[in-house]
Design a protein around this ligand. Structure first.
Ligand code: SF4
Length: 369
């Protein structure tokens, strides 16, 4: 008898070893398990019928017990001038999430969401404005990636992954690690970046992994007072403790920590702020990614994008202070910087959720506040 879809295990939710053990209950001989695992982890198929070297009868048996369901894409933006496309997808429970396809000259980056909302409440972020949402499962994270790869015919070896979409990935640590373990079948850890608002226990957990993705940290202010104003998570994880944790993060050759810095006109974009930022991150193996703010009607009206001159001056000051820096200037890239805006445009504004920063990193199966 066929189980309801809700009762069937999504094979993308299983870590590689778990997948093989689960399949062994119904599949033999062992080489068939290997073939099926390859369809899942390497080809990222979303239907058992696509497994062309698996006998039809076995495919039917698998479909009775398991699913390969991905988030369902409900909207795609028109390609930006640089080709970037943002996706809005709906999950099985009706939650909506965003992902972004960003083609580059010699590779493609795919920006993924890790939660269906965010409780961290950064004041410059639309996702934070709309408040908390549950943790995404591994299949919901992997589905975003495979959907973009399939639609744009992007081979895995040309793919970079960035967890910079909706949510705080380190508050969904266990599911994130399962998704990473599956991605590693085709994408090297050095081509995957996890961006955090500064969840210190999560950074320490990441540091203990045998295989680590790149780390990006969203700093956005050169001192504790301003960081507390725009990133309330700073009250729980103070800036000096965060920097100390980053200094202990294992350095790997050619894999600097990325310090993200959203530039807000008249707030954190002065040359003196660049000097203070350079001083703050001195001693870290880090490069700065300066991200000019992207205006949104849901966000405070005082938040504005700096002029190009102010951006140039900020960047030049960092360079003069021996900090490696890149600027995210292109319009297409900004759609990734502005996570939550596509959903925000289509979602009726809800009561503003007062963010809580009092919980420890989420664990598998928990809901993100
Ligand atoms: S910037 Fe990231 S951590 Fe901050 S509220 Fe937005 S999604 Fe959450």
């Amino acid at each position: 008898m066929t189980n309801d879809v809700a009762d069937r295990t999504n094979l993308y939710d299983l870590a590689p070893q778990e997948l093989r053990a689960t399949l062994a209950e119904v599949v033999s001989p062992p080489f068939r398990i290997k073939q099926i695992a390859e369809w899942v982890h390497v080809h990222g198929v979303d239907s058992f019928d696509a497994m062309s070297n698996i006998p039809k009868e076995l495919r039917a048996r698998l479909a009775e017990r398991y699913t390969l369901e991905f988030p369902h894409v409900v909207e795609r933006t028109e390609p930006a001038p640089d080709g970037s496309v943002k996706y809005l997808s709906v999950l099985g429970d009706g939650n909506r999430i965003e992902s972004v396809y960003m083609p580059m000259r010699d590779r493609t980056s795919v920006c993924l969401s890790s939660q269906a909302g965010c409780a961290v409440g950064c004041t410059f972020c639309v996702t934070g404005f709309f408040g908390a949402g549950r943790n995404l499962t591994p299949s919901e994270m992997l589905g975003q990636l495979f959907t973009v790869q399939h639609e744009h015919h992007v081979p895995a070896e040309m793919t970079n992954v960035v967890f910079m979409g909706m949510g705080e990935p380190l508050l969904n640590f266990d599911f994130l690690v399962t998704a990473l373990d599956i991605m590693y079948a085709t994408i090297a850890p050095k081509r995957i970046t996890v961006s955090t608002s500064g969840i210190i226990p999560g950074i320490e957990d990441l540091a203990r992994l045998d295989r680590r993705p790149n780390l990006a940290i969203s700093i956005n202010a050169p001192d504790r007072k301003r960081r507390e104003e725009i990133m309330p998570i700073t009250k729980k994880y103070p800036l000096d403790e965060l920097i100390a944790a980053l200094k202990k993060y294992p350095a790997e050759k050619g894999r600097d920590i990325t310090v993200e810095y959203v530039l807000l006109a008249g707030y954190n974009d002065a040359p003196a702020d660049a000097v203070a930022l350079a001083r703050l991150i001195r001693g870290l193996h880090a490069k700065v990614n300066a991200i000019p703010f992207n205006t949104d009607p849901n966000l405070p009206p005082w938040m504005k994008r700096p002029t190009d001159e102010a951006i140039d001056l900020f960047v030049d000051t960092l360079v003069r202070n021996e900090v490696a820096v890149t600027v995210r200037r292109s319009k297409g890239r900004e759609i990734a910087a502005a996570c939550g805006q596509l959903r925000g445009r289509t979602e009726r504004k809800r009561r503003r959720v007062i963010p809580s920063v009092s919980e420890e990193p989420g664990r598998a199966g928990t809901r993100s506040r």
